[in-house]
Structures are given as structure tokens and as C-alpha cells.
Ligand binder design. Sequence first.
Ligand code: FES
Length: 176
Amino acid sequence: MAVMSATIGTAACKCSCGSNAGKLVDDRFPKLDAIIAKYKGKPGALIPVLHEAQQLFGCLSEDVQDRVASGLGISPSEVYGVSTFYSFFTLRPRGKWKIGVCLGTACYVRGAAEVVEALKKELDIPVNGTTKDGRFTLEVVRCLGACGLAPVMMIGDDVHGRVRPEQIPEILKEYR
Ligand code: FES
């Protein structure tokens, strides 16, 4: 039993969220097991387990999903289905700063698509991509409820309104 625990504890996360690095890996899988144990047998356990697993690992990689499935005694496909259904779960690591550009109607007609293009160029990533340094993830979102400021983008919790493509390098400087 002790041997099995040691083996499980050194399992490496395959998602490039930094969890292939030695001790960190050892620490997180046993923590995930404790999270699973906390919710196991309770109704609706899967979603809170996935929430805490994502906080712990930064994303729900395949091996994290597998661990949750075996821990809760459910199928990996059920875990995968829930992980991909809700937009607040991610299978890939996100950057430190999540950039969300609104492509709702008001923002779109005021040039949000050009803002997206400027961000793609400046960060050298596609939509849903993360920069190599792990600093930024670029996403497009629906109406943020600030249509009067269109086009709108969010960086973390900061709202940037009436954004023009040429302002992007200057705006990103604050977050680099
Ligand atoms: S359409 Fe962009 S904030 Fe409403």
C-alpha cells in the first residue's frame, strides 16, 4: 500500500501547466486525492471536485481527469463531458492574464474583430492560445454588459473600453 501511494504521488501532469516539475507534482496529486475524498459519495460531487482540481493544477489535464474519475468511481468520459461542457473549466493551462475580447454585436460593429487581430499579432498567438511565457491567454467572449464602452475587452478583472487596435501594445505593457 505504501509503495502504491508513493507511485501515485509522483504521477506527472501532462498538461504543461508546470506540474512536471519534481516536488510540485508529488504535492498536488495527494492533495487532489484529499479533495476527492472530501466530496466522494455526496450528490453532485463531480463539479466541486473539478473546480478545486482546476484551482490546484491550473487546468483539467487528461491525467487529472483520470484521477478524478477513478477516485469518484465514475467513467472518464463522464468527467470529460462535464469538463468540456462548462466554459469555466479548461483542459489547457491558461496564462496569468486572461484577455477576453467581446465579440457581441455592439462591440463587433465598433471594431472588436480588429482588436482581436491586433492582439493576435502583438502576442503571436491565436484565439484560445496562451503565450509561451504563460503570461497571456486570448479568448473571445459574448456581451460583457458594457456595450456603451464598445469595443470592450477584459484583462483579468480590468475592463478596457473603447479600445482601438493601435492602443494594444501600450495597454499590454501594464501587464507584462
Ligand atoms: S456587446 Fe460587447 S459589451 Fe455588450
